[in-house]
Design a protein around this ligand. Structure first.
Ligand SMILES: C[S@@+](CC[C@H](N)C(=O)[O-])C[C@H]1O[C@@H](n2cnc3c(N)ncnc32)[C@H](O)[C@@H]1O
Length: 184
């Protein structure tokens, strides 16, 4: 995943493996237990989407990436993975409620990531955020409530959101708004 300069700031091989592959694989069991097609929002160099797709070959995986250069890289890298498709675009501009599970690692602050990801999944679906120790679950919960979801029981290192209702009118907000005017 390191063949295109600038795709990741990681230069040490072991550190890259830990951050890009091992960290992604931590989520396999969790995502396997949540049904439906998967979208990796802000896939960047392909994590967690590519390791998840390789581990769960029966699941359709979309790698969604806003930067064209990265999306083109992902196209080249996933040509041999039949269950993967790459979409170049922003989360806020995708069809709503088109996936069962949205996953995101290092996409944005968790409240922003929650606002971007929840509209993408159908009612009954889930969002899985890879989070660090500084996450503020109550802020994410406040956002989730506005966007048709709630925080569910989550294993350490993750925040799982359930989509409990339809995406409310007015969401997704236009590109950039979730960062510029966070809901919580
Ligand atoms: C810090 S990188 C993380 C990449 C990868 N998930 C990882 O863990 O290494 C965040 C990525 O999200 C993409 N991104 C940011 N905002 C986005 C949006 N609204 N929709 C889709 N992709 C977005 C960026 O272009 C960038 O590639």
């Amino acid at each position: 995943m390191l063949a295109t300069p600038g795709l990741t700031a990681l230069s040490d091989r072991d550190e890259a493996r830990r951050a890009l592959l091992d960290d992604a694989l931590r989520g396999v069991e969790l995502v396997a237990g949540l049904g439906g097609s998967i979208v990796d929002v802000g896939s960047g160099g392909g994590t967690p989407g590519i390791p998840l797709a390789a581990s769960l070959p029966e699941r359709e995986v979309t790698l969604l990436e806003a930067e064209r250069r990265k999306a083109e890289f992902l196209e080249r890298w996933t040509a041999d993975l039949p269950n993967v498709r790459v979409v170049w675009g922003r989360a806020e501009e995708q069809p709503v409620e088109a996936w069962g599970v949205a996953v995101a690692k290092a996409l944005a602050h968790p409240p922003t990531a929650a606002e971007w990801c929840l509209p993408l999944v159908r009612e009954g679906g889930a969002v899985v955020l890879w989070v660090g120790p500084s996450v503020e679950p109550q802020r994410v919960a406040a956002v989730a409530e506005r966007v048709g979801g709630e925080v569910a029981e989550s294993p350490p290192g993750f925040l799982v959101l359930r989509k409990t209702g339809p995406t409310p009118e007015g969401f997704p907000r236009r590109p950039g708004m979730a960062k510029k005017r966070p809901l919580a």
